[in-house]
Each structure stands twice: as structure tokens, then as C-alpha cells.
Design a protein around this ligand. Structure first.
Ligand code: XMP
Length: 508
């Protein structure tokens, strides 16, 4: 399979670059610069290498460098921002600080032909973000673009197929960034662009059918997109050797448990064990108000449930996890203390003694996981669903949790989602929160004292930052009317108009 390597020098855009490459039908994988040697790069037969940006200056003692031999390995290289400066530095050019004329944001760039700029007009807008710049290009390189403040916005050594751009072709603000990446992949690296999700499905089925022959395999199904797609894919590969365990902790959304059961057991005929554990979770959570404590208790209860299941099921050999590519990349960075746990169900492997873990989606981005899910026939409503936190409604009921509160929130949440979807609106995430505020209201001639529910809708690409969604007033109005009419214990509805930061998406 043809592959592009994204060599990460600490920039923020490594995942974005890989996505942009895959969008053009070419498989891309990311490695931190210090986790892959030149010998490995050669051995793996990459069609091209992209150096990412990074926050450093090439002359700093601690700045990341790479083996100069990469420039003579016969593999096309494209350096972006810091990557561009690093190529210039490695090949003997000169880099300078731009001082107070550093460029940030949209900038007009003048490009001068060459394969990278094929079909790019001589003047266009690019996205710049740099303090240093290449003052003198190395021998063998030509300058192919400049801006008003940056004399070398792009350079090339045609004979070695080494390219550098000071700006960021991967961000959408660079008008012709997509064209430039296309040129690099197809006309410079000679890629065929035949990476398809269909191939991925077929390859995975063949691989796991042979690797897992005779093994008993367990998948902890949360009902979320990743574990659902992983489970159906594995089922296609190994059929009844796969057992899925779905823990209903009583803090799921309305009808969610039944929906999961219907899809996996009825539609796909999969071996599914649904553990109804509402009582045990609610009693463990009784009286607990502190958010992190709630999360911890839920994590622990999951482990207890799986311990019990493992006694019923007997020894299972392999655990399937829905880890996806951004998780893999995140855990490859930094030191062990910053690695986040990717267990969908906290701590599971340590209690169930598996001989192996398989992560069939570890190569894929979220949008690719969704495409695979649709190809596998998983209903669109499940594949395209918004994220839902593992601790479920526990982190959306402020203060202590009771069954009555969970039922109240489930109803209000379902109404809000229904009204929003009816209006044709699907923000990145949208849900209701049951606050711990009770207030006075009036219904008919009677005074009421009921809960306040908060509606939350956010728009975001990555959930690291998020904007509150400007949903139409009519939707807020109809949701508010229906909730106060249909949910007896709620007499007040508010809309959350805070972005992240300073707030978070969830209230707890
Ligand atoms: P925050 O609230 O941190 O949420 O802005 C960002 C995204 O993460 C989800 N989230 C969680 N997911 N377990 C999860 O599986 C959790 O404990 C958890 N807390 C937040 C949240 O729904 C949003 O999509």
C-alpha cells in the first residue's frame, strides 16, 4: 500500500496534514521525528515525506533535527514552516529571525511556477505563522515564492525533489493549499491515490480472520461510534467467536440501551450480552456530588461488572478496543505521564487477563471510521451520532444523582434533541443538563417549585475549543414549551451561551 510519512517536529498541524493527504486518497501516517530512523523510512518504502511545522528555531540547541541523509534518500520531501527552515538548515542555507516583521495570518504570496505550484495563480492568499525565515537558500535550491515580507516563501531542489514552503498549505485559509498538496502527492511523489475504505474493510477481515483463528474475543461495546464500528468489523471477520458486552449503567439517553440491542442483536445477529446494572451504579453513586468522584466510581463499577462477566464467560483470549488514529498519535507524544488511557472501559485489561488486544481502527480518523461504519451497514443514526461521555448522564446531573433525576433529564434531553433535529439542525454536540437549582414557578393557579434544566449546544471541530451554537430562538422556544409541559418536575429552561474556554462542553 502506498504511504506518505508525516514527520512531526512538534507542530499543531500534524493530524491535519495527514487528514489532508488522506482526503486525496493517499494513506498517511504520522511519526514524531525521534521515533523513526532514516533506515526505517527507507525500508518502509514511503512515496514521500512531509516535515511538519514546529514551535522551535533551527539554531536552538534543543530544537528537533533529523538525519541529513533524508535529503539524499531519493524520496521526495515537502517541508512546511519549521520543516521548510529545517531543510534549508540541513542543506547549508541560512535562517534568520524576522524580528518585528514576522508574519501571522492571511498573507499574499507570489508563486513562480514549478511542479508544486502547477495550476496555482501567480498571486494568491496563504496562511503564514512564523518568526524565522530562510534568508539564503542552500546550493542547488531555487526560490519559487515570496511575500512582501518574506523573501523565500518557497524553495525547491528539483533534482532531489526536495520542496519547502514557509506557509501552511494544510489549512483552509491557504486558498490553493489543496492544489499544492495534490501536486506534491501525485505529480512529485507519483502516488496513485487508491486508498479507499472498501480496501480497508477487506484487508481487516482477511487479517483478523487469520490472526484470531480459534480465539475467543471480547468487545466492550459502549454504543458509541468507535466501539460499534470496531465490533461490526470484527464480527464480519470472526463471526460468533466475538462476544460483545454492553453495560447499561442506567445513565444512558432515552431508549439508548434498546437501540443498541436492536442494532447489534437483531440487525447484525451478533452475540451480545446486555448487563442491566442501573441499580448497582445508582447505589454506588448515591449522595456523591463531586464530578471526578462520580467518574471514578463509574470506572470502578465497570471493572466490577466485567469481573463478574468474565466468571460467567470463562477465559476470553483477546480484547477488541475502538482506539482511533488521533488517540494513537496522542499517546506517541510526550512522556509516559502525559499518555492518556485509551481503554474505553477504564482498566479492563488488567482485570481480565487477555493475551492480546486488537485495535482494528487504529489507522483511521473519525470521518474514516464513520465511512467504514456506513459501508458495513450500521444505521446512519448510530454512525453519525454526536459524542456521549462514558459516565453518561452522571456528569449532566449536577450534584447528587437519583433515578428520578436521571429519568427527568432523559425526557428533557430527548425533547431538546428531537426539536433541534426536527428543525434540521445538528450542532457538534447538543444535550440537556439538569442543574441543582430549584426555583418557583406557576402552573394554572398553583405555585410550583421545580428543577431548572439547561440546554447546551456547541459547534466545534475538535472539542478542544468550542463555540456555543446560535440555534434559532424558535427551537429554544419549542423545546422550552415542550419540556415544561411534558416533564412534570421541570419549571424553568435556560440556554447556555458560554464557549469553551472558559467553560467546558460538559457541565461537570
Ligand atoms: P469537555 O467537557 O471536557 O468535553 O469540554 C469535551 C468532550 O469530551 C467529552 N467528555 C467525556 N467523554 N468521558 C468521556 O468518554 C468523560 O469523562 C468525558 N468528559 C467529557 C464531552 O462530551 C465532549 O465531547
Amino acid at each position: 500500500m502506498e504511504k506518505i510519512l508525516v514527520l512531526d517536529f512538534g507542530g499543531q498541524y500534524d493530524l491535519l496534514i495527514a487528514r489532508r493527504v488522506r482526503e486525496q486518497g493517499v494513506f498517511a501516517e504520522i511519526y514524531p521525528y525521534n521515533k523513526i530512523s532514516l533506515a526505517e523510512i527507507k525500508e518502509r518504502g514511503y512515496k514521500g515525506v512531509i516535515f511538519t511545522g514546529g514551535p522551535n528555531s533551527v539554531y536552538d540547541e534543543t530544537s528537533p533535527h533529523y538525519d541529513k541523509g533524508i535529503l539524499d534518500a531519493g524520496i521526495p520531501v515537502l517541508g512546511i514552516c519549521y520543516g521548510h527552515q529545517l531543510i534549508a538548515y540541513m542543506a547549508g542555507g541560512q535562517i534568520c529571525s524576522a524580528g518585528n516583521i514576522s508574519e501571522y495570518g492571511k498573507t499574499v504570496v507570489y508563486t513562480g511556477g514549478g511542479k508544486l505550484f502547477d495550476k496555482v495563480p501567480s498571486q494568491s492568499v496563504c496562511w503564514m505563522s512564523h518568526t524565522d525565515y530562510v534568508k539564503a537558500v542552500p546550493d542547488g535550491f531555487d526560490v519559487t515564492a515570496h511575500t512582501d515580507n518574506c523573501p523565500c516563501a518557497a524553495m525547491v531542489d528539483v533534482s532531489r525533489r526536495i520542496y519547502g514552503v514557509q506557509f501552511h498549505p494544510e489549512v483552509t485559509h491557504t486558498e490553493y493549499g489543496k492544489t499544492m498538496l495534490h501536486n506534491f502527492l501525485f505529480s512529485i511523489c507519483g502516488c496513485a491515490g487508491d486508498w479507499r475504505t472498501d480496501d480497508f474493510i477487506e484487508r481487516s477481515i482477511v487479517k483478523y480472520r487469520s490472526e484470531l483463528q480459534g480465539k475467543r474475543v471480547l468487545c466492550a461495546l459502549s454504543g458509541g461510534v468507535d466501539s460499534s464500528v470496531a465490533a461490526v468489523l470484527m464480527h464480519r471477520a470472526i463471526g460468533d467467536a466475538l462476544t460483545c458486552v454492553f453495560v447499561d449503567h442506567g445513565l444512558l439517553r432515552k431508549n439508548e440501551g434498546d437501540d443498541v440491542e436492536r442494532v447489534f442483536r437483531d440487525k447484525f445477529n451478533m452475540k451480545l450480552i446486555r448487563v442491566n446494572a442501573e441499580d448497582r451504579f445508582l447505589s454506588a453513586l448515591s449522595g456523591v456530588k463531586e464530578p471526578e468522584k462520580k467518574r471514578k466510581i463509574i470506572g470502578e463499577q465497570f471493572i466490577r461488572v466485567f469481573e463478574e462477566q468474565s466468571r460467567v464467560l470463562g477465559k476470553m483470549d483477546v480484547l477488541v478496543q475502538g482506539t482511533i488514529y488521533p488517540d494513537v498519535v496522542e499517546s506517541g507524544k510526550g512522556d509516559a505521564s502525559t499518555i492518556k488511557s485509551h481503554h474505553n472501559v477504564g482498566g479492563l485489561p488488567s482485570v481480565m487477563d487477555f493475551e492480546g488486544i486488537v485495535e482494528p481502527l487504529r489507522e483511521l480518523f473519525k470521518d474514516e471510521v464513520r465511512a467504514v461504519g456506513l459501508k458495513l451497514g450500521i444505521p446512519e443514526a448510530l454512525v453519525m451520532r454526536q459524542p456521549f461521555p462514558g459516565p453518561g448522564l452522571a456528569v449532566r446531573i449536577i450534584g447528587d444523582i437519583t433515578k428520578e433525576k436521571a429519568d427527568t433529564l432523559r425526557e428533557a434531553d430527548a425533547i431538546f434533541r428531537e426539536e433541534l433535529e426536527k428543525a434540521g439542525d445538528r450542532p457538534s454536540q447538543y444535550f440537556a443538563v439538569l442543574t441543582d437549582t430549584q426555583s418557583v414557578g406557576v402552573m394554572g393557579d398553583a405555585r410550583t417549585y421545580g428543577y431548572t434544566v439547561a440546554l447546551r449546544a456547541v459547534t466545534t471541530d475538535d472539542f478542544m475549543t468550542a463555540d456555543w451554537t446560535r440555534i434559532p430562538y424558535e427551537v429554544i422556544d419549542s423545546a422550552s414549551r415542550r419540556i415544561t409541559n411534558e416533564v412534570r418536575t421541570i419549571n424553568r429552561v435556560v440556554y447556555d451561551v458560554t464557549s469553551k474556554p472558559p467553560a467546558t462542553v460538559e457541565w461537570e
